[in-house]
Structures are given as structure tokens and as C-alpha cells.
Design a protein around this ligand. Structure first.
Ligand code: ADP
Length: 431
């Protein structure tokens, strides 16, 4: 190997070393870039990385606004700027964007495409520029520029290549941040709409309840004074008004669970009392369909610590469904069981039953098995969703077994004391 060949090898090795160390620096910086999810700090990191990797005095970043089609100057290390539009036609960045290729301009001031606004605003003096496109999946989303070498050295295409490598990584990170911001905005909007919906439901339920109480009150009052056909007609008025009240209650209960207002108002009572009172309320409606409700519960009281009115709603919803989805002369039953830890209430019927594919969906809000246009049964598809959420508030669960054409059995299980749940959790955490 002669002297010159030796020199050549040495130079090549030095060159490769330099490239490898540059790539290592790009890799390190892209790790930081990739882990930054917010747009403003991300842009800041990208322009800092651009100056560092290319050893330049300043760097800036421009992004294409997908809606307006403007190329917007977003940030520079030279000064603090508010975003402004850079002309696409005739500017260096615009050319890079349109033609999707890097540019190296060694004497910016003599290039007619140089856009001097930033220099004028910041007092910075631009001599040379390299500008590269930021490309994701074949689409240019913006441009990164690096300005003036720090040393006396000239800008080279090697520098441009480093900037291209950085820009490609930066483009992916920016798009990720933009998508995340859009997702967050959509999520915020959804939350706002949800809040509006909740408020609307609360107001509507409140406004409907008052006149309905008046109708119910007068109808009951009048019923005492009339007989014959008038009494039958009043019964229909009363039934419809009560049905309306239960729909309004469902709306209000759902809103309560949704808005997180729902908390437990705990008292201790025998679960048998609750069952008797709910069965007592619904018995006449079942009797009108020729249905019999049988109740099986232990003689000695099972005391539960629970929110009585919420458990009332749960049991009422299950029993109303049993009555609704069971034909004339069908059988309906409630069975109560208890241990020293929990109590379970089973509501069973010999009604139409639920197919396996529907069982997983009946607890979803507004889900009804019957197609809504050909409905035979009334309802909003909220009863089970509300029941499930109220049972969950008690840290319990609802299970269902059913056979189409044979009937269904819904079993609610709740701990008999809420304090026991907390204690058990503590024991599990600190065994
Ligand atoms: P709604 O009864 O107001 O329609 P629910 O949330 O209470 O709403 O019930 C959802 C659906 O589950 C009902 O529409 C019905 O198709 C089915 N379902 C609920 N309970 C029973 C039952 N006991 N027997 C048969 N189907 C039932």
C-alpha cells in the first residue's frame, strides 16, 4: 500500500467516523423528539436539534396549514415570533414545499426567493440557508431551515443530508402531536356536548315532573268521586301518567349516574322490607295481566347497608321488565338469599327470554332487542343500564340466565355492608 492510498483510506475512515457520530447524534435527538407529544415544545426541540446537528446559528420551522393551504412560519431560534404566513410562490421554503426537494442557498441576499421578514423583525442577518422538506407518507407537511454556519466553513450537501434525516423524523413526531391535539379537541368537544345533554335532561326532567304531579294528583282525587266508565277512563289516565313518570325518572337517574352526582345514601334495613314494598307496588300491574308474583325469602331479616331508594329503582326496573316481557298468566318470582357477607335478589319470569347473542348487550344504554320501528313493548332501553350502574355503585354485580321462549332470571348480588368492601380491599392490599 503506498502513501497516497494510505492517506485515502485514512480520510475515508475519518469521514465514516464523522457520519456515524452524526447519525448517533440524530438518533439521540430523535428519541427526545419522539417522546414529546405537545406541539409547541416539540417545535422548539426540533429547531434546537437542527442548529446543533448542522452547527448553524439559527433554525426555523414552517408548517403547512391543511385547512387554509398556507405555509405558516411557526418558530425560530433567532427570535420569538407569532406564527405568520410565508408566501408559497417565490419563497425558498415555498419552493421546497412545492417541489419536495432540499435547497442549499449559499448567498441568501442575492437569491430573489429569500423572504426577509424575519430578519427585519429580529435584527438577525441571514447569509446562507439550507431548507429541507418534512415528509410523512409521501406528503410534505412543512419545511425546516438552518441558517449561517457557525464556523467560517461553507454549508455543504452533507449538512443538508443531516437536516433531511432529522426533518423526516421530526415530521412523524409533528403529525403524531397534531393528531393527538385533534383527538383531544374532539374529546373535549364531546365532553362539552355530553355536559349539555346532561343539563338538558336534568332541566327537562324537572320541568316535566311538576305538571305531571298535578295531573296524577287530580286524577287520583277525581277517581274517588266517580264510578263506571269514567272510573275506567281515569284509570287509563293514571296508568299513562305513571308510565310517563317512570320514563322521566329513568332519564333523571341516568343523568345522576352520568354526572357523578350519584353517591350512596346508606342506611341499614332488612332487604325483605325492600322486596315487599316493590312487589306491593307492582302487584296490581301484574294482576292486570293475569300474572302472579311469588316471593321466596328467609324469615329472619337480612340486614343490608345500602342506598334504599337506589336499590328500589334496581328491583323495580327488573320487576317491571319481568312483567313487561312475560305474557298473560305467566309466572314471576323474587327469591332472596343471604350469607354473612352478601345478599342476592333474583327476579325470574317465564316470559319471552333473551337469546345468547343479546345477553351481552341488554345492559347497554338504549339497547332493546326489538327493532325500534316495530316495537310491541314500551321503554327506552335504559332500565337495565341504570340498574347495573346502581348495583356497581354498591360494589355488587348483576347476572342473567335466560332461554328464549322459557324465561329469564336476573340476579343482583351486593355486599351486606359497604364498610366490609373497604376493609376487604385493605386486607388484600396489606395481607
Ligand atoms: P326497556 O325495558 O326500557 O326496553 P331495559 O334496559 O330495561 O330497557 O331492557 C333492555 C332490553 O332487554 C329490553 O328492551 C328487552 O329486549 C330485554 N329484556 C330486559 N329484561 C327482560 C326480560 N325479563 N325478559 C326478556 N327480555 C328482557
Amino acid at each position: 500500500m503506498d502513501q497516497t492510498q494510505n492517506e485515502q483510506y485514512k480520510r475515508r475512515i475519518q469521514e465514516m467516523d464523522r457520519r456515524i457520530s452524526n447519525l448517533e447524534r440524530v438518533l439521540k435527538l430523535t428519541q427526545v423528539i419522539n417522546s414529546t407529544l405537545e406541539k409547541a415544545p416539540l417545535l422548539e426541540i426540533i429547531i434546537q436539534a437542527a442548529t446543533e446537528l448542522t452547527n448553524t446559528e439559527s433554525a426555523s420551522i414552517m408548517l403547512l396549514d391543511q385547512n387554509s393551504g398556507d405555509l405558516r412560519f411557526e418558530a425560530t431560534t433567532a427570535a420569538e415570533v407569532k406564527p405568520f404566513a410565508v408566501p408559497i410562490d417565490g419563497s425558498i421554503a415555498g419552493t421546497v414545499l412545492k417541489e419536495n426537494r432540499a435547497l442549499l442557498v449559499r448567498d441568501a441576499r442575492s437569491d430573489p426567493r429569500w423572504y426577509q421578514n424575519v430578519d427585519e423583525a429580529s435584527g438577525f442577518v441571514t447569509r446562507s440557508i439550507m431548507a429541507v422538506p418534512m415528509e410523512v407518507r409521501g406528503k410534505v407537511i412543512g419545511v425546516v431551515e438552518a441558517i449561517n454556519k457557525r464556523s467560517a466553513a461553507e454549508m455543504t450537501w452533507d449538512d443538508v443530508q443531516i437536516l433531511v434525516t432529522l426533518a423526516n423524523q421530526a415530521a412523524i413526531a409533528i403529525q403524531k402531536a397534531q393528531l393527538l391535539a385533534e383527538l383531544q379537541a374532539a374529546y373535549d368537544e364531546l365532553n362539552e356536548l355530553d355536559q349539555m345533554k346532561s343539563n338538558f335532561i336534568a332541566i327537562a326532567a324537572h320541568e316535566l315532573r311538576t305538571p305531571l304531579s298535578v295531573i296524577l294528583g287530580y286524577a287520583m282525587f277525581l277517581k274517588q268521586d266517580v264510578s263506571g266508565t269514567a272510573e275506567e277512563q281515569l284509570d287509563i289516565v293514571l296508568q299513562s301518567a305513571m308510565r310517563l313518570r317512570s320514563l322521566i325518572d329513568d332519564m333523571a337517574n341516568l343523568r345522576e349516574v352520568d354526572s357523578g352526582v350519584a353517591s350512596l345514601d346508606l342506611t341499614e334495613f332488612p332487604v325483605q322490607d325492600l322486596v315487599s314494598s316493590v312487589v306491593g307496588e307492582i302487584r296490581s300491574i301484574a294482576a292486570a295481566k293475569g300474572q302472579h308474583i311469588s316471593v321466596a325469602m328467609p324469615r329472619s331479616p337480612i340486614f343490608v347497608q345500602a342506598d334504599r331508594s337506589k336499590m328500589h329503582i334496581v328491583l323495580m326496573n327488573l320487576l317491571s321488565n319481568a312483567v313487561k316481557f312475560t305474557g298473560r298468566a305467566g309466572r314471576i318470582g323474587v327469591r332472596v338469599q343471604g350469607t354473612d357477607r352478601q345478599t342476592s335478589l333474583m327476579v325470574w319470569d317465564t316470559g319471552i327470554g333473551i337469546s345468547e347473542e343479546n345477553i351481552s348487550r341488554i345492559f347497554d344504554r338504549f339497547y332493546q332487542i326489538e327493532p325500534s320501528l316495530a316495537r310491541q313493548y314500551e321503554g327506552m332501553g335504559l332500565g337495565l343500564a341504570i340498574a347495573k350502574e346502581m348495583v356497581a355503585l354498591h360494589r355488587g354485580h348483576i347476572r342473567v340466565h335466560s332461554r328464549v321462549g322459557q324465561g329469564s332470571a336476573f340476579t343482583v348480588t351486593i355486599p351486606i355492608r359497604q364498610s366490609m368492601v373497604a376493609q376487604e380491599r385493605e386486607e388484600a392490599q396489606n395481607p
